[in-house]
Design a protein around this ligand. Structure first.
Ligand SMILES: OC[C@@H]1[C@@H](O)[C@H](O)[C@@H](O)c2nc(CNc3ccccc3)cn21
Length: 608
């Protein structure tokens, strides 16, 4: 007869208790480890029974095609199932704006662009589209055999509190209420729990079409002082709860399966070892019943700036687990971690009750995820990656994510000659931003898509000559006869600390190019960026229209839809657009709040 934990008809909690009772301490410790795919060996998975595998940003199998992913993960799963108790792994990845590590996947606008809908109509925004994006992402992630995405990032960035932070674009906005409403992306990913679903209990509607979500980074990652990534958020508990913790209430109510701890500190205390917030608040007060995972090398960083070695590593492991951490994104030092954790428990430094609580939570998520009954990928889903339906959804999302300054738009399609120029006019990689194929993203044709130039060419009339130069020359500008010019400039892609900047000028002398072109040609400027950039007064006075496209992803047609009037601009600024970096941090509500464009700016502000 099947052992109870393998009986799919048994209650989840009975299966958890039965399996837990059969596990050795070493097997329990292994379940609490998440390792990177490059070290997911037969020994790690079959002999030692690691609980989870991930790929870091940019780490991918073969040619990154969907079949390479299913092949890799199904192979890992076969090893895991051959372990003594046959506990399957959960594989996790950062699908944070579509399945962005996979070649050919639909890449949606980054969160900052999605937050622009906050005031599409008075006070409301468009959570329904967020839910659909979550659904589409879940399908593409599941199609590659992956069970879990480290999304949504529900950082409340306090007006992107500080655009010098390299992760502004991963957040929806500064408004907790707005961020709360956008947690519908978690519902799209996992499915909607039934009304009688127990509060805080992890939920997954369908093992075939949904994936486990991860609300991150708990808590206060978007409120650090001066926008320093992994820095220190200095605020009262009330502010922490009312601003930064607010979106977690909704995620937990929606049955979010996992929460990722933040590398940042709260009033100097590192979140990765903060028992009050991880256990008393998140698991106690908020009633979270899924599991808490660390961020990358989150344990090691507890000893920062020293590198955690030997007894220091013991100390980090002890502090984090006793604070309430359940799984560690190690990601490379697996066997050292295993030895150290077993040693610490046997030495009485970490109580077995804490280990059992962590493993119970991990097994609970594994059982509700369906991975015991359906451990392998479903090849019938493969064609869904990058499918037309998802491209159109991304197209709609892009269209709705842009803000415009003034009605120079819509652009005419039946003109003789137009100039398109700028570093970001014809570059899929630049318009996708970070966390795309590579961890920091990269320029060029990194994945299929429609560039802004291609979209403009598709939208204008056949009689219109489109002249394109990445950097318009004097000679070209002097030829004249341009009805208008479109100058597309912006940032190079980045992720996390790599994106922390104190200089927010438009890279590659973008302002000079704009002024040059706009001095003789009616000009629309499109800024492709993850945050507000410096736009000098003389630039603003010279141009005829300005569009913030944020980081739109692969579907450039969504931008052309609005440029040429096929659809209205509906986005309004989710964050303050600063006038000068000297003003930062600059928050709606500040006494001297004097931005270039305030939160909420956009069409609504211009209706005469
Ligand atoms: O990719 C896993 C996590 C991600 O979910 C977190 O949001 C983010 O804080 C995070 N940062 C890293 C470090 N990324 C990395 C990428 C390539 C090589 C080495 C490290 C991993 N992760």
């Amino acid at each position: 007869a099947l052992p109870p934990y393998k009986d799919a008809s048994a209650p989840v909690e009975a299966r958890v208790r039965d399996l837990l009772a059969r596990m050795t301490l070493r097997e329990k410790a292994a379940q609490m480890a998440q390792i990177e795919r490059t070290v997911a060996s037969a020994r790690a998975l079959a002999e030692l029974g690691a609980g989870s595998v991930l790929n870091g940003g940019g780490s991918a199998p073969g040619d990154r095609s969907p079949a390479c992913w299913t092949g890799m993960i199904d192979g890992m799963q076969r090893l895991a199932l051959s372990s003594r108790l046959g506990v399957p792994i959960l594989y996790g990845t950062d699908a944070v704006h579509g399945h962005n590590n996979v070649y050919g996947a639909t890449v949606f606008p980054h969160n900052v662009g999605l937050g622009t809908w906050r005031r599409r109509s008075i006070g409301s925004m468009d959570p329904e589209l967020l839910r659909k994006i979550g659904e589409a992402t879940a399908l593409e992630v599941r199609a590659t055999g992956i069970h879990w995405t480290f999304a949504p990032c529900v950082a409340v960035t306090e007006v992107c509190r500080d655009p010098r932070w390299g992760r502004c674009y991963e957040s929806y906005s500064e408004d907790p209420e707005m961020v709360r409403s956008l947690t519908t992306s978690a519902t799209g990913l996992q499915g909607q729990p039934p009304a009688d679903h127990p509060h805080g209990y992890p939920f997954l509607a369908s093992v075939r079409e949904k994936v486990l979500a991860c609300a991150k980074h708990f808590v206060g990652d978007g409120g650090t002082d001066s926008g320093i990534n992994e820095g220190n958020t200095i605020c009262s508990y009330n502010d922490l709860e009312n601003i930064h913790m607010a979106p977690y209430l909704d995620c937990i109510a929606q049955g979010v399966a996992t929460v990722m701890a933040s590398h940042s500190q709260w009033n100097g205390e590192r979140l990765h070892s903060c028992r009050y917030l991880l256990t008393d608040v998140l698991k106690g007060k908020l009633g979270f019943k899924g599991f808490v995972i660390s961020d990358w090398e989150g344990i090691d960083k507890l000893c920062a700036p020293r590198v955690a070695q030997g007894s220091d590593y013991w100390y980090c492991i002890k502090q984090s687990f006793n604070a309430g951490m359940d799984m560690i994104m190690i990601p490379y030092r697996f066997e050292e971690f295993l030895e150290d954790l077993v040693f610490l428990v046997e030495a009485g430094e970490i109580p077995m009750s804490r280990i059992d609580d962590a493993v119970e939570r991990i097994l609970r998520v594994k059982f509700i995820s369906g991975v015991f009954e359906h451990p392998f990928s479903d090849p019938s889903l493969l064609d869904i990656v990058g499918c037309k339906e998802h491209q159109l959804l991304a197209h709609e999302a892009v269209r709705k994510s842009m803000n415009q300054k003034e009605p120079f738009l819509p652009l005419a399609t039946n003109v003789k000659r137009i100039l398109v120029t700028g570093t970001h006019a014809d570059d899929i990689g630049l318009q996708c931003g970070g966390w795309t194929i590579g961890w920091n993203g990269e320029s060029g044709k990194i994945t299929p898509g429609t560039s802004i130039l291609e979209a403009i060419k598709e939208s204008v009339g056949v009689q219109t000559e489109v002249v394109y130069e990445a950097c318009a020359t004097e000679a070209t500008i002097a030829t004249g006869q341009f009805s208008y010019a479109v100058v597309v400039v912006g940032e190079v892609p980045y992720a996390e600390t790599v994106g922390d900047r104190t200089d927010l000028s438009i890279p590659f002398n973008g302002s000079d190019l704009i002024t040059h072109v706009a001095s003789t040609i009616p000009t629309l400027v499109i800024v492709v960026s993850g945050r507000s950039l410096d736009i000098e007064t003389q630039v603003l006075e010279t141009i005829d229209a300005l569009v913030a496209a944020w980081l739109p992803g692969t579907e450039g047609m969504g931008i052309a839809d609005c440029l040429f009037g096929h659809h209205d601009f509906v986005g309004t600024l989710p964050v303050t657009w600063h006038r000068s970096v000297d003003q930062l941090p600059l928050n709606a509500g500040d006494a001297n709040y004097d931005p270039l464009f305030p939160v909420g700016y956009g069409l609504k502000m211009f209706e005469k």
